[in-house]
Design a protein around this ligand. Structure first.
Ligand SMILES: [Zn+2]
Length: 172
């Protein structure tokens, strides 16, 4: 599937998860204020394209230009923990060949957990007398549960579109 197809898939999934958050945040008791709604949409869209950043392309170049701008902004406003996470996440697709770990169904589930572990590590370094704790990792995940859902849904949208396109090619 090309980037246009994945962007369309990401917009549809992003809109679906954002509407789910709007309608279910109250009944489920998981708040989703307007800023978080924007983040949900952005994260779903981002992760629907993320797996194909492992291959050199024009969208990839634009992606790294955008990341460069985001990192500059985050450093300027002293959001160093978030900047570190963004930098780590954006490099990961380049660690292996095309369609390797980014196209694996298990990586999708492990990724948010690994990120929460790193985030907790960065925060724990700044706390006095307080060490890295698995409970805190679980807290980060549950405090950002809509973003975790957005990440996993966007990423699975990508894998599903790739899967059906492969099947269609195999049939022809
Ligand atoms: Zn792909």
């Amino acid at each position: 599937m090309n980037f246009k197809g994945h962007i369309t898939g990401g917009i549809i999934t992003g809109a679906a998860i954002t509407s789910t958050a709007i309608f279910l945040s109250k009944p489920l008791g998981i708040p989703a204020p307007p800023l978080v709604l924007g983040q949900i949409f952005g994260v779903a869209l981002f992760f629907s394209m993320f797996p194909d950043l492992d291959i050199s392309s024009i969208p990839q170049r634009w992606f790294f230009r955008a990341i460069f701008a985001v990192l500059l902004g985050l450093s300027y406003y002293d959001y160093f923990e978030v900047a570190t996470l963004v930098a780590l996440v954006s490099i990961t697709p380049l660690l292996d060949h095309h369609r390797s770990w980014t196209h694996n169904v298990i990586s999708v589930l492990l990724f948010p957990v690994v990120l929460a572990c790193i985030y907790e590590y960065l925060l724990s370094k700044e706390r006095f007398f307080d060490q890295w704790s698995a409970d805190q990792v679980a807290n980060h995940l549950s405090n950002h549960i809509w973003l975790v859902i957005a990440c996993v849904s966007g990423w699975y949208t990508h894998l599903t579109l790739d899967f059906y396109q492969k099947k269609r090619f195999a049939r022809n």
